[in-house]
Write a protein that binds this ligand. Structure first.
Ligand code: SF4
Length: 384
């Protein structure tokens, strides 16, 4: 009997279990970016100590040690359909829905697989967009006595803040130094203890109030503010009337939408007089949008591309994203890191082109670690 063979037949410990401890934050981030994320931040579970139970990660996944947040940029071109009055669905699909979440969710799912291949667990959360539990009642009652109402959802923007990606602007929209107010998030929780990112310490928001002035829903307060503290950083934003925001967002406010006058002649909705809560506005919009051909098309007609079931974001985030982005871009408050990365890529591409001409094969890159993964096209301080 070949004892060696029978020994080998016993399943050995897979290498990824043996290498469990080798997973680092840098590896997770590099993998996520390679697969489509623009930004990645990591929060330790301790930063959620003050979170309401309905948004607390440990109430979803008690073993969680780290929360990983991936961001995907909303492309500038996504607003053009509305700006040019050409196709009002482009922002809804490509800035809000499947067009942006398709690739971002793909990046997150692949990164979860990557993390699990090291022997850890990675649990996902779709996250909630804007609301804390007091702003909208839970969608479903608890499934059992003593349990929390379904579903427990992480607050996306506060989770992104806890992961060090930036801060909430006065508009309550999340701002990053790379893209200002233009990004969406995906989140997963893991039992891997990853090196966390520091909280973002600077201020991107200048409190210029352009978002308040430009919001056609008159939904942002100039004076009332909300603040929360995570470790030594206070995050604050202006109070948002979420009912007015929702009515406008779904195209029922004629200050933001041409479809009200067109498809519902005689219907008047004075946005300043509305006092609906978010969920009342949500239900009202679901019913009323069926009376507008265009709004109904946005909520039902795009199901074939995975974007339907509710009215679209017709206001195009005129104040909270567009006006804010314009002012931050103009004042140079954002995009520095993106420009730096872009310039570095340009520099390396130009060097490669030069080297190709002269027959040299190496690009002199100070960040080279000598791993040879590039096949010798990059080297540290070596002119080949
Ligand atoms: S427009 Fe942007 S920078 Fe200005 S107050 Fe609003 S969120 Fe802050």
């Amino acid at each position: 009997m070949d004892t060696n063979k029978s020994f080998q037949a016993v399943p050995s410990i897979p290498s990824y279990i043996k290498n469990r401890k080798e997973l680092t934050s840098e590896m997770v981030k590099a993998y996520a970016k390679e697969h489509g994320a623009d930004l990645v931040g990591i929060a330790p579970i301790s930063r959620f100590s003050g979170a309401p139970p309905e948004t607390h990660p440990l109430n979803m996944y008690p073993k969680a040690k780290s929360v990983v947040v991936l961001a995907g940029r909303i492309l500038e071109g996504s607003f053009k359909g509305i700006q040019e009055n050409a196709d009002w669905s482009t922002y809804w699909i490509y800035g809000y829905g499947n067009g942006i979440y398709g690739p971002l969710t793909g990046a997150k799912e692949l990164t979860r697989r990557y993390v699990e291949s090291f022997g850890y667990e990675a649990m996902t959360s779709q996250g909630g967009h804007t609301m804390l539990p007091h702003e909208s009642p839970p969608h479903r009652p608890p499934v059992a006595k003593g349990k929390l109402p379904s579903n427990v959802l992480l607050h996306m923007r506060l989770t992104a803040a806890a992961a060090g990606l930036g801060e909430l602007g006065w508009s309550k929209v999340f701002l990053t130094p790379e893209f200002g107010p233009r990004q969406r998030f995906e989140i997963f929780l893991t039992d891997a203890e990853l090196e966390p990112d520091p909280l973002y310490k600077e201020n991107i928001c200048t409190k210029c109030m352009k978002c308040v002035d430009a919001c056609p829903g008159h939904a942002l307060s100039k004076t009332k503010k909300v603040s929360i503290q995570i470790e030594d950083r206070v995050f604050e934003w202006g109070d948002v009337d979420l009912g007015k925001c929702k009515l406008t967002h779904w195209g029922l406010n004629e200050l933001a939408s041409p479809f009200v006058k067109k498809d519902m002649p005689g219907f008047k909705l004075n946005i300043d007089e509305q006092s609906m809560m978010w969920y009342q506005a949500y239900n009202f919009g679901m019913k009323l949008s069926k009376n507008s051909t265009y709004l109904n098309t946005m909520s039902t007609g795009f199901q074939e591309i995975g974007q339907g079931g509710r009215p679209g974001s017709v206001c195009g985030a005129t104040g909270c994203i567009q006006a804010c982005y314009e002012i931050l871009k103009k004042t140079g408050k954002i995009g520095k890191n993106v420009r730096k990365e872009y310039e570095e890529r340009q520099r390396l591409a130009a060097l490669q082109k030069d080297n190709a001409k002269t027959g040299d094969t190496a690009v002199n890159d100070p960040s080279c670690t000598g791993c040879a993964g590039c096949g010798g096209t990059v080297s540290k301080g070596v002119e080949k």
